[in-house]
Design a protein around this ligand. Structure first.
Ligand code: ADP
Length: 446
């Protein structure tokens, strides 16, 4: 096992990784920007290194600063968390070339799955259903129009290098598609430095269902069931749960097998997530694979009892995973995650600032992953996620009731939070009945 791990991230996920390292007896190094000196991960790690000014380009995304921090502290591995450098194949390569271990998949798997058009091609070859659409990046506007005519409108243009819900444009007819083509390309170029786009059929009212997979160096790949993440705003997840109210055991097995096949096609190693869209008629389609730990990973931890971050560390160290067979994964009960953001619950505008008072909920079936403490000032430079509130119940109804009481017991003063929005969603009849789709949030102001 590693003796010292550097965490190339900040906030709640850095704290989460420190917890796993502690339990495995591994020392930790935090890196931080000048804006994050007071962040909890810096206080909790065994050592810390300032790696630059507040903008992430000059700190958390600066490969040479992160590598210098690892070298001067003598770390033997780097955990990238999610976001920042987590899906940067070049970074994973540099880590390896410097003689350290990257806690994640091999660079080639990151590269393949990072190009969504190529990822589609490779999983389709493994007989995993993909959304009908282009086989590779589009050559020109006419190709887009011809293809859309063949598969039928509506369609969606996506940036090959896209992520984080950005770089997508829907079109309901030819005029719209012609106009969207140029906009999508220039947006993709600006956001990702790569203007290639591809086209898919736009599914009406789908559910977002993703499968957690683990793969170890002994060649074993298993899935740990699904998470439903249909409650989204602007393609950003807000609430996630497991199991999905929409899956029968048979469909779960079938989609789980497809997820494992997709991972196998990428020669995958470590933890990853295979995302699908599930249509109203029960057909499902591969959308993309995220080659990292996800924000919502604790949902799976609560229903399976598997510590995914510890598994990541074990696998990266060359050890076998502790649950080598799918049938050893025993799922029980129901878990829901609420992403608590520092934002106005009505306008969704970010609300950074000082937390004057904090009191966290607890009690049966409640978990809070956070870097908040009373007196902490949330900097304005990074995303607005300040805590993940997770609840577990014997069934979905109990999880919902528990979610409500935990949200009510979650007290934050000094900044606006999305807690009132979560309470509103929990009060919706459609939510309670499990009638979810990615359009659920359309009923609220966007
Ligand atoms: P990103 O990597 O930017 O998060 P994804 O490909 O995962 O992008 O898509 C994010 C969300 O966009 C999905 O969860 C879904 O709500 C919506 N979406 C993507 N593709 C389609 C599609 N073909 N039809 C309908 N909705 C889609």
């Amino acid at each position: 096992m590693f003796s010292k791990v550097l965490i190339a991230n900040r906030g709640e996920i850095a704290v989460r990784i420190i917890a796993a390292c502690r339990e495995l007896g591994i020392a930790t190094v935090a890196v931080h920007s000048e804006a994050d000196r007071e962040c909890l991960h810096v206080k909790l790690a065994d050592q810390s290194v300032c790696i630059g000014p507040p903008p992430s380009d000059a700190s958390y995304l600066d490969v040479s600063s992160v590598m210098s921090a690892a070298q001067i502290t003598g770390a033997d591995a780097i955990h990238p968390g999610y976001g920042f450098l987590a899906e940067n194949a070049h970074f994973a390569e540099v880590v390896g070339e410097c003689g350290l271990t990257f806690i994640g998949p091999p660079p080639d798997a990151i590269r393949l799955m990072g190009n969504k058009a190529q990822a589609r091609q490779s999983v389709a070859a493994a007989e995993v259903p993909v959304v009908p659409g282009s086989e590779r990046a589009l050559a020109n506007r006419d190709e887009a129009v011809d293809l859309a005519r063949a598969i039928g409108y509506p369609v969606i243009l996506k940036a090959s290098a896209g992520g984080g819900g950005r770089g997508m444009r829907m079109a309901t007819g030819e005029g719209e598609l012609r106009a969207a083509y140029d906009t999508a390309r220039s947006e993709a170029e600006r956001a990702f430095g790569d203007d290639s786009v591809y086209l898919e059929k736009y599914l009406v009212r789908p559910r977002h269902i993703e499968f957690q997979v683990l793969a170890d160096s002994r060649g074993r790949i298993i899935h740990l069931g699904e998470r439903e993440c249909s409650i989204q705003r602007r393609h950003q997840k807000i609430i996630e749960e497991s199991p999905s109210p929409a899956l029968s055991p048979e469909l779960r097995d079938e989609m789980g097998r497809a997820a494992v096949a997709a991972a196998r096609a990428a020669k995958y190693l470590n933890a990853g997530t295979v995302e699908f869209l599930l249509a109203e008629d029960g057909s499902y389609y591969f959308m993309e694979m995220n080659t990292r730990i996800q924000v919502e990973h604790p949902v799976t931890e609560l229903v399976t009892g598997v510590d995914l971050v510890k598994e990541q560390l074990r696998i990266a160290a060359g050890e076998p995973m502790s649950i080598p067979k799918r049938r050893q994964v025993v799922a029980s009960g129901h878990a829901i995650e609420f992403r608590i953001n520092a934002e106005d619950p009505n306008t969704f505008a970010p609300s950074p600032g000082r937390i004057s008072h904090l009191s966290l909920p607890g009690g049966p079936g409640v978990r809070v992953d956070t870097h908040l403490y009373s007196g902490y000032t949330i900097p304005s430079h990074y995303d607005s996620l300040m805590a993940k509130l997770l609840v577990w119940g014997a069934d979905r109804d109990e999880a919902i009731v528990r979610g409500r009481r935990a949200l009510e017991m979650f007290r934050v003063e000094g900044v606006k939070t999305s807690i009132p929005l979560h309470l509103k969603i929990l009060g919706e009849e459609d939510f309670q009945a499990g009638r979810l789709s990615t359009h659920f949030m359309d009923r609220y102001a966007q």
